[in-house]
Design a protein. Structure first.
Length: 663
């Protein structure tokens, strides 16, 4: 499957006239995929690849130039196969040197075999600077101490000497799948477009002639080549002079620009679900100790919902979360007895325990496997999945989804990662339901700050500051108060919050919440006094506003316009975010004081909404601001509408309000 920044050679494209590949000498188009070994690649002459090196002046904006990006993949029906990758990279700028001096390749011992074919540094004329890595080390993937991720992968790290501006790095390696898991399941992804210009790109996929892989081509402006010989079918994608795709702000993932190819062995989602169900047949049995634990958990529950809430809290919080990478073969969950005995589990362990407990209570529930990110529904394979949650059948139909790894997510909610994503609900008999996880509306993700105070004639403010949050915006507060504050921490936090309200403010009566209490509203409330909010200037008083301002939106608009004509669709969610932020300030002024209020700003578009309102109601100065994001994918032609909206918001740059004392 596909790696990092850059890729590999051209070979079979001589038959494609649009590629104009006369500058690269390759062997005549073959019916079989080349066999690449440490002895070399018989299908590509390296000297012609190195001849593609260019004067850096031709690419003033580029750090590197990819001379060759090549992948040769062999697949068998049982999932065995090999992947050989080669990249030839010319270093154009000094700031790229360090990035290419160190490399790492990961593989799974016991299931895969890694062969480094070559790693060398050369001058453009082919003179060898170094012909092998100066240091090679194999090591385990280290696990983090917090939310550790355990993997059976190994990493080979290679240190390369001689890399400098103008040199060429040429490397190749092969990974063989000798014991695929699961069997008859394979998946790969190849990007033709890259983060650097590519002089020659080639992907070769070699399969038995009797096998028709599932292939998804996206945005290709050239056609693949297919040949059949000796019982093998060879697909070849070859392209010359692929320009770098320049990123654009707020670009949508769905676009007609990035060219890529994805492939998988022919399967259905039903096949995937049936395999997972068979893998977990015996995973839902509860021993007497776990059953006794469940009885204790439900002992104080008065309703079914109380029992579900208590079970959710126990699995999500009392069973410590660790992660075992699904991509390295860790698909099979441990038994609930083992998870409870050890006190920890990964996503599938927790989901399995939760489902098993519900089934023991007579409640229909099932595991859900999915990806915490985009899944291509056209390519059924378990290798697209990296996460597991649970689904509870609703009495009237449909499911309630629960992510047991999210210890700070209240019952009835989901963390943002799985929302809107594709998954399959796996029933005990192997039947599957293809589902899209519900996506909370933007209004569910909300943060509110509120300040209510009274200003004295000396410009000092006393009052109450409070902050609350919901949805995806709640987690900063929950993490902050995950453990009780000691007296020193509480005093420090009181000073910090008060000081952020206004300089010199002193705080007291700090109110917080238990971040692990999933029934509690995430909030902070503080009484304060002595905040320097206003100063006299001649016969007026200048009131400072601690609401921030929106003038930075003009700079964002400038950045968008500086990109030149836009190519990418605009993802509205990426402009502001899928949430709302509201702020309200209510300040009681001294008797007889009047405020000179600026006009409010109301800016609404398909990309979001901003409102600011200022009013004086008797002695009370009322200031409100609301910034809300939106969702939707819009064509690049609407970029002018986007920048106009950003600049409209930027008109709210009020930092001060002039107060006129009475009398």
């Amino acid at each position: 499957m596909r790696r990092t920044l850059v890729s590999l050679p051209l070979r079979a494209a001589l038959a494609v006239a649009s590629l104009a590949v006369a500058s690269l000498a390759v062997a005549p188009l073959a019916a079989q995929a080349p066999v690449i070994t440490p002895a070399g690649d018989p299908s590509v002459r390296s000297d012609t690849v190195y001849a593609l090196a260019a004067d850096s002046a031709r690419f003033p904006e580029e750090r590197v130039l990819v001379l060759l990006d090549d992948g040769v993949v062999r697949l068998e029906p049982d999932g065995r196969g090999s992947e050989t990758y080669r990249q030839v990279i010319q270093i154009l700028r000094e700031d790229a040197v360090e990035d290419y001096q160190e490399h790492s390749i990961s593989w799974v011992p016991g299931r895969q075999k890694l062969t480094v074919n070559w790693f060398r540094v050369l001058k453009p004329d082919g003179t060898v600077v170094s012909d092998a890595p100066t240091q090679v080390q194999d090591s385990d993937v280290p696990a983090e101490m917090v939310d550790p991720v355990y993997s059976d992968q190994r990493v080979r790290r290679l240190s390369i000497s001689g890399v400098a501006v103008g040199t060429i790095l040429d490397y190749s390696y092969t990974i063989e799948d000798v014991k695929p898991f699961p069997e008859r399941d394979a998946y790969g992804w190849w990007s033709v477009s890259m983060g650097a210009p590519v002089r020659r790109s080639r992907l070769v996929l070699d399969v038995p002639a009797s096998l028709t892989p599932t292939i998804v081509e996206t945005n290709l402006d050239f056609r693949r080549r297919e040949t059949v010989h000796g019982g093998r079918r060879v697909y070849t994608w070859a392209k010359a002079d692929v320009p770098r795709v320049k990123p654009e702000p707020f670009a949508a993932d769905s676009n007609d620009i990035y060219m890529n190819v994805a492939y998988a062995l022919p399967r259905t989602w039903a096949d995937v679900g049936h395999w997972y169900a068979g893998l977990t047949t015996d995973a839902y049995t509860l021993g007497p100790e776990v059953r006794a634990k469940l009885a204790g958990i439900a002992a104080g529950a008065r309703t079914r919902e109380d029992s579900l809430r208590a079970l959710h809290r126990w699995v999500a919080q009392d069973i410590r979360y660790v992660s075992v990478s699904l991509g390295t073969g860790g698909y099979q969950p441990r038994t609930p007895d083992e998870v409870v005995r050890t006190g920890f589990g990964d996503c599938k362990d927790k989901a399995t325990l939760f489902v098993a407990a519900l089934r023991a209570w007579g409640i229909a529930a099932h595991p859900v496997i999915l990806r915490a990110g985009k899944t291509d529904r056209r390519l059924p394979t378990v290798k697209q999945f990296d996460h597991a949650i649970a689904a509870i059948e609703r009495p009237g139909g449909g499911y309630r989804f629960v992510d047991l790894t999210a210890s700070h997510t209240p019952w009835g909610e989901l963390p943002y990662g799985p929302q809107g994503e594709f998954g399959i609900v796996v029933r005990a008999d192997g039947r599957v339901d293809e589902v899209t996880i519900p996506l909370d509306p933007v209004t569910s993700n909300r943060a509110l700050t509120r300040l209510v105070g009274e200003l004295d004639e000396d410009g000092l403010l006393a009052g109450v500051y409070e902050e609350s949050a919901a949805g995806l915006l709640q987690y900063d507060l929950r993490n902050t108060f995950d453990t009780p504050l000691d007296s020193t921490q509480r005093a420090n936090l009181t000073r910090a919050v008060a000081g952020n309200v206004y300089p010199g403010a002193q705080g007291d009566s700090l109110e917080t919440f238990d971040g692990r209490d999933l029934t509690a509203t995430p909030m902070v409330r503080l009484r304060f006094h002595g905040g320097r909010a206003a100063t006299r200037s001649g016969g007026t008083v200048v009131l400072s506003l601690n609401l921030g301002n929106m003038e930075q939106m003009a700079a964002v608009a400038d950045q968008v316009e500086a990109q030149g004509p836009r190519r990418f669709p605009i993802d509205a969610e990426r402009v502001i975010g899928p949430y709302e932020r509201d702020a309200e300030v209510r300040i009681t002024l001294p008797d007889g004081w009047r405020a000179h209020l600026p006009e409010g700003v109301h800016a609404t578009s398909v990309f979001g909404e901003f409102r600011s309102d200022h009013a004086q109601e008797g002695r009370v100065l009322v200031l409100r601001r609301k910034l809300a994001g939106a969702r939707g994918i819009y064509p690049p032609e609407r970029v002018a509408e986007l920048t106009a909206w950003l600049r409209a918001m930027a008109k709210e740059d009020t930092r001060f309000i002039i107060l006129e004392p009475g009398g």
